[in-house]
Design a protein around this ligand. Structure first.
Ligand SMILES: [Zn+2]
Length: 102
């Protein structure tokens, strides 16, 4: 989806004469993703985060910051835990489930 967006942007910008800058950005993006897929013996970041078991939390709403240290992590993300399946943080990919047994 992102690559088709980039193509659209390049087609549009070529009329404005800025094709060179944007096409180098496209190359960087594809190289960045490919970097994680070259070594088949290692797991991709997506696979690694999926191995982290869902975190049990009390309450219906949980605020995920990615890390307990505010200098690390990500902008605060409020996650609703009403659903049966684990809710996924859109920033860090950690999964959360509501803890009912208490
Ligand atoms: Zn998070």
């Amino acid at each position: 989806m992102a690559s088709s967006l980039m193509k659209t942007l390049i087609v549009r910008s070529s009329k404005l004469g800025t094709t060179r800058n944007l096409s180098s950005v496209t190359t960087q993006i594809s190289n960045h993703t490919a970097k994680w897929m070259q070594d088949k013996s290692k797991k991709s970041p997506m696979e690694l985060i999926n191995e982290v078991p869902p975190i049990k939390v009390h309450g219906r709403i949980f605020a995920c910051e990615g890390d307990s240290n505010p200098a690390l992590g990500h902008p605060i993300e409020f996650i609703c835990l009403d659903l049966k399946e684990p809710a996924v943080c859109k920033y860090c990919g950690l999964r959360y489930v509501q803890d009912h047994d208490h």
